[in-house]
Design a protein around this ligand. Sequence first.
Ligand code: ZN
Length: 201
Amino acid sequence: MSEKISEKYLTFGESKKYLSEEHVKLLIDTFDKVYEGICETFNNGELRPVEYIIDPEYDGVAYTTWRKVVLNPKWLEEHPWDIDCMTHELIHVAQNYKDVECPFWICEGLADYGRAKFGLYNKEGKWELPKYSDKQKYTDGYRVAAAFFLWIEENIDPTLPKDLNDTIKAGKYTDDYFKNKTGYTVDELWQKYAEANKANA
Ligand SMILES: [Zn+2]
């Protein structure tokens, strides 16, 4: 494909002036490299247009509403290799859990699961999944749940993360999901995860 997908699917206007040229380039290049794979996993391959807005007034890291991803430029100044914080946000765009129920921990856990899989600079950004500890619970969401999903994928059912996303999008997620899909409740799966990883904790 000669045309870059960012040309068609990424709007990155005026507000990019708040970032260094290097960061603008890196963000666009990362978008070109990760977004198709993300949409393959999280949106049945359909590419949703995205808009990046750099907002110096925002004091969090980044957030997504609908197709807009807002980023605090100071965050990247202070964490220059945390490029894949935007990869996490792109997964939220692709998830597009609009008008459907999704427990918080699943939404954020899948976004970090996707960041772990698709992110290009996690190592440079010193971002990694935590090892299991007994202080964790899957309901912590984010990286804790991401490590749990990866373990399920590798040890119990390789189709689960994608299927879970598809099920949520279809508005069909219930508390019985994990039992129906794997034969174990989510708490039983967590127990197995804990047992399998206790040794290296
Ligand atoms: Zn998130």
